[in-house]
Design a protein around this ligand. Structure first.
Ligand SMILES: NC(=O)c1ccc[n+]([C@@H]2O[C@H](COP(=O)([O-])OP(=O)(O)OC[C@H]3O[C@@H](n4cnc5c(N)ncnc54)[C@H](O)[C@@H]3O)[C@@H](O)[C@H]2O)c1
Length: 269
């Protein structure tokens, strides 16, 4: 039931795979009101949405009619930046899941948030478990000399290793404050079998149908190994992180990049 205290939320990229999941998640929350579904696809061509919500293919129409407090964006970086420019100028806060933002674009978005005294959260991974895995890997790193990071994704993924695997490798490197020890074979009948090398961290990627997103970190030292693993099975995995960001962004100022920054354990940066 909507009340005046509810957070009014619009979804940009609402006809997409993640956008539809966000519609479902927002509609189920007691303290949120889903006010608009926005997508560039004209309504006549749009897929059937999973919940009843006014649909707009023009952003400004959605903002005028829906008066959202927050827009959740799952489109792509090229689409979310122009949306952000308009939304922030209208006093709307942002939760952005679209990937592909450059550092320059993030700097510009940060300046826009400051200029309009508004707030935004951009997170390349809203899966809480993956964020926790990254954090835990950084904690473990000083106590083990060896580590392998392995990730598995569906065969359509365009990049390898995943951005999350690289984030894990960076957290391990920072947590250790230096390089890991990496064993290289004296004979290598098949090139590349020890994986990519990031500061002594071996990174392996597997691509095949039947997988969504899986990350495993195995640390080794004398007489023991320690394995951390995170598996996702469907897009619901992003929703607790998205809902948390929608609630928190209402009390924030400026741009925050990374879900870990709005969790209490966030590295102080
Ligand atoms: N941050 C995370 O945790 C996370 C998780 C999954 C996906 N993603 C990212 O989210 C984005 C969307 O992923 P997806 O799998 O849902 O893609 P998708 O292609 O299924 O959906 C994208 C939607 O955005 C719409 N769109 C594109 N340009 C638009 C514009 N200019 N204006 C309005 N709507 C526009 C498309 O019509 C489409 O409906 C991608 O960038 C993906 O990498 C992020």
């Amino acid at each position: 039931m909507a009340t005046s205290n509810n957070i009014r939320v619009a979804v940009h990229g609402a006809a997409g795979k993640v956008g539809m999941e966000v519609l479902r998640a927002i509609a189920a929350e007691q303290d949120m009101e889903l006010v608009a579904a926005i997508d560039r696809i004209p309504q006549a061509d749009a897929p059937t949405l999973p919940v009843h919500v006014p649909y707009y293919s023009v952003l400004t129409d959605a903002i005028t009619a829906g008066k959202p407090d927050v827009i959740v964006d799952f489109t792509n970086a090229e689409a979310s930046l122009p949306m952000a420019r308009v939304a922030l100028a209208e006093g709307v806060r942002l939760v952005v899941g679209s990937t592909g933002w450059t550092e320059d674009q993030l700097d510009y978005l940060s300046a826009l948030c400051d200029e309009h005294k508004s707030a935004g959260v951009v997170a390349p991974n809203f899966a809480l478990g993956a964020v926790l895995l990254t954090y835990l890997a950084g904690l473990v790193a000083p106590y083990f000399e060896y580590v392998d990071v392995s990730e598995e994704h569906h065969e359509a993924k365009i990049d390898a290793p995943s951005g999350t695997a690289m984030g894990i490798a960076k957290a391990i490197h920072e947590g250790r404050g230096g390089d890991m020890t990496r064993q290289m074979p004296t004979r290598e009948p098949l090139t590349g079998t020890r994986g990519g090398d990031y500061h002594g961290i071996s990174v392996h990627s597997s691509r095949m149908p039947g997988r969504m997103a899986h990350h495993q970190v195995t640390f080794g030292t004398a007489g023991q190994t320690l394995t951390l693993r995170h598996d996702t099975t469907n897009r619901e995995c992003y929703m607790p992180g998205v809902l948390m960001a929608v609630r928190k962004v209402m009390d924030m100022q400026g741009l925050t990049v990374g879900l870990e920054k709005i969790l209490d354990f966030g590295p102080a940066k």
